[in-house]
Design a protein around this ligand. Structure first.
Ligand code: G6P
Length: 745
């Protein structure tokens, strides 16, 4: 209905404009026609009476009669015979006073006209009774000269114009009504036709116009109904449901994960005791709950100072401590290997390459050599841990771009799912890497390559297109190389739900009071929080600068608002990270120097590793959490903040450059480079009414609860199971009919 009303409004306005233009053009043309007509009639009248005029000029008794002959036309008001010096020789009845011969001469003089012009002249004048036109012709054949003046009533022109306009308006009105009615009827008929066509196309019998769309529609319907059925069967994804899916689809097989960072690091403390550290890593946050649910093996770099002491003879340790539901297999790296593979190629090369955060990637031959070597070592460790020749292996992140092809070389029938936890850039950027082809071919050893967003999938397919020999099946988002397919799929990652760290944590109100007490703040102080690894992609400098702008623009917040930045030191051997550390510290000092008063400091920078319970306590204590990443694949801190707020309070201010911003649309989404926008969002967050906070938080909590990490892993593992059953079928068929493999896959 609204669409029809909009359409009709446009139609009527369009027709109205057309009518107005037509009216202007018509008025101009008809006026020209009337004027020309009047002039012709005047000329004709004078021409026919000319000889009588000249003859009777000197005869005062006959001259008025000749003039009366000229004025027979009903629109002629009168005529006068004038001597050249302006004396009125005779005038017909009704000749307007205003056109006495002397007055006419004066009017002509004022307009620069001469009464002697051979072709005559005309004067338009508005009299109180309406517009008139005086037309005059010189009579040079008279001995003393003279001229005759005819005055025409022009008010009929205005009357005719009004009539034309009224008729035009009426025609427009009728036309508009008719056009609107015809259009609405025609649109209804066409719409019904399209609906019938679409219905036929959906039923699969005809509807050719819609055929190009049909494949997309069917795929979408199939996917949605699959997901709905699965959700209806199992409700919200949980560890139990994930375990159920594994038993159902994978006959409870063991899953092998390979990820550089281990979920539990054993560190020797100064007092000689060993403590277990949970690293600050989005990857670990997501995968650890999945491994608890699935059991299986996590192959990782043993990086803790007490790691070697805690493994068995096969370099394995059961975790979580005290629970022992899965195994971590540690791989040891020499200093040289760690420097080249982890610090060098992974974190000075690939990390800045994939993040648009203005840090130049460094690519060195020696690092690449180590990266290749270490990937092979991890691939070998995976192959040692599997218990069949077609296992399911989950390869994690940019540390292992080469491992999928290496595992495939040893286990050709493995189902390998690789998940790239960081953004995948566009081909121009990928092209910077001297080993881009090797990286892409390594990844294409996978059965599925997953990214957080469809955009990253598209970028990856474009890079494949640009740098390697292959066939890209855009319809199915797959790459075919030597008759083997790699699917490219978006799997937006998430967190466990509910978060186990919340068990036993004080209520949000208690956390709020406790944190304020610890920091020496007033009970009603306003608190913002930022929690990250100290990494240049996280926009920590931009975040603190936004706090500065906030205090500058909102004096009422000075002395009341404090921003706590928890920053876990990260990759500290890399110069760029050391530099960032110094810059963040200097900036925090500068802002504090600018705004501190008495004991008040607006920025509290806590540069230390914080264990998860402490992190969640800060989340619960704050009025707002600002995630300001300059570029981030997903960002799980945003989702953790939402999970922490069981009180449905608090506001998330979220960078538009995170994958999370696509899902958490109820956050205040900002451009972190725009300090004005970001600071105003923080001000809005601090002033937001409780009901609005609850509405937003409730929506985000429901989303994270449903799209949790068990669903993420479940979808990937179910896809893997389906691929594997097709692979097994294809192997059986190819044994019978060699050459039939690709079509089945
Ligand atoms: C990102 C990466 C992870 C990594 C984490 C922490 O989230 O995607 O793979 O574990 O950063 O970095 P780190 O180098 O300390 O493991």
């Amino acid at each position: 209905m609204a669409r029809t009303a909009r359409f009709l409004a446009v139609l009527l306005v369009g027709l109205g404009l057309l009518t107005w233009v037509a009216h202007l053009a018509l008025t101009r043309t008809t006026r020209r026609w009337f004027e020309r007509d009047v002039e012709l009639r005047e000329r004709l009248a004078v021409a026919s009476a000319r000889s009588s005029l000249v003859r009777q000029w000197a005869n005062p008794a006959a001259l008025p009669e000749v003039l009366a002959d000229i004025t027979r036309d009903e629109r002629v008001m009168g005529a006068a015979a004038c001597d050249r010096d302006g004396r009125t020789r005779a005038a017909s009845e009704g000749f307007p006073e205003a056109f006495a011969c002397r007055g006419v001469l004066a009017g002509l003089g004022a307009r620069g006209l001469s009464p002697d012009a051979r072709d005559g002249w005309s004067l338009d004048v508005d009299l109180p009774g309406g517009p008139v036109r005086a037309y005059g012709v010189a009579l040079p054949e008279l001995p003393g000269g003279g001229f005759v003046v005819i005055v025409h009533d022009m008010s009929f022109v205005g009357r005719r114009e009004a009539t034309t306009r009224n008729q035009l308006l009426l025609a427009f009105f009728v036309l508009a009504l008719a056009a609107a009615a015809v259009t609405v009827v025609a649109a209804r008929l066409a719409w019904r036709g399209w609906q019938d066509d679409l219905r036929r196309a959906l039923r699969g019998d005809g509807g050719r116009e819609f055929q190009p769309l049909m494949r997309d529609v069917r795929e979408l319907v199939a996917r949605l109904s699959q997901e709905r059925d699965a959700d209806a069967r199992g409700g919200v994804w949980s560890p139990e449901r994930l375990r159920g899916a594994l038993t159902h689809h994978l006959q409870g097989e063991r899953v092998v994960i390979v990820a550089n960072r281990e979920p539990y690091i054993h560190e020797r403390k100064e007092d000689g005791t060993v403590r277990v550290v949970h690293p600050a890593s989005g990857l670990v946050t997501a995968l650890e709950p999945v491994m608890r649910a699935c059991s299986g093996i996590w192959v990782a770099h043993g990086s803790g100072s007490a790691d070697r002491e805690t493994v068995d003879a096969h370099d394995r340790v059961k975790v979580p401590p005290g629970e022992e539901s899965y195994v971590v297999r540690r791989v040891w790296l020499t200093e040289e290997e760690e420097a080249g593979y982890y610090y060098g190629f992974s974190n000075e090369g690939l990390w800045p390459l994939c993040h648009v955060a203005h840090t130049r990637p460094e690519f060195r031959d020696v690092d690449w050599e180590q990266y290749r070597k270490v990937n092979q070592r991890f691939a070998d460790a995976v192959c040692d841990e599997v218990d069949s020749d077609d296992p399911i292996v989950l390869v994690q992140d940019y540390h292992f771009a080469l491992a999928p092809a290496m595992i495939r070389a040893r286990l050709p029938r493995a189902t390998i799912i690789t998940f790239w936890h960081i953004p995948w850039p566009n081909p121009e950027r990928v092209g910077i890497c001297p080993w881009r082809q090797e990286l892409i071919e390594g990844l294409l050893g996978s059965s599925v390559v997953g990214f957080h967003t469809q955009q990253h999938c598209n970028n990856f397919l474009d890079a494949v297109d640009a740098f390697v020999e292959s066939r890209i099946d855009r319809e199915h988002n797959a790459v075919v190389q030597r008759a083997r397919r790699t699917l490219v799929r978006p799997y937006p990652i998430s967190i466990e739900w509910p978060v186990r760290w919340l068990d036993g944590l004080p209520s949000p109100a208690e956390c709020a009071a406790g944190v304020r007490r610890e920091l020496g703040l007033a009970p009603d102080a306003l608190l913002g929080v930022g929690i990250d690894r100290l990494d240049y992609t996280k926009g920590i400098e931009e975040r603190l600068a936004a706090v500065d702008t906030l205090l500058e623009r909102h004096p009422e917040l000075r002395g009341r608002f404090t921003f706590i930045q928890l920053a876990a030191p990260s990759r500290t051997r890399i110069a760029r990270y050391q530099e960032l550390n110094d810059r963040v510290e200097a900036l925090a000092d500068k802002i504090n120097a600018r705004w501190s008063e008495g004991s008040y400091r607006p920025v509290v920078l806590l540069r230390a590793h914080h264990e998860p319970p402490s992190v969640f306590r800060y989340f619960r204590a704050a009025e707002l959490c600002y995630v300001s990443s300059l570029h981030d694949g997903m960002n799980l801190v945003a989702k953790e903040f939402v999970a922490a707020r069981t009180d449905e309070r608090g506001v998330l201010v979220l960078s538009q450059f995170t994958g999370a911003a696509r899902e958490l649309t109820e956050a205040l989404v900002v451009n972190p480079y725009d300090l004005g926008e970001a600071s105003e969002a923080m001000a809005t967050a601090l002033a937001m009414p409780v009901e609005q906070q609850q509405e937003r938080m409730r929506a985000m909590r429901s989303l994270v609860a449903h799209f949790n990490v068990y669903r993420w892993a479940g979808r990937m593992l179910i896809d893997a199971a389906q691929l594997r059953s097709r692979e097994r079928l294809s192997v059986r068929l190819s044994r019978r009919e060699p050459g039939s493999r690709e079509s089945v896959l």
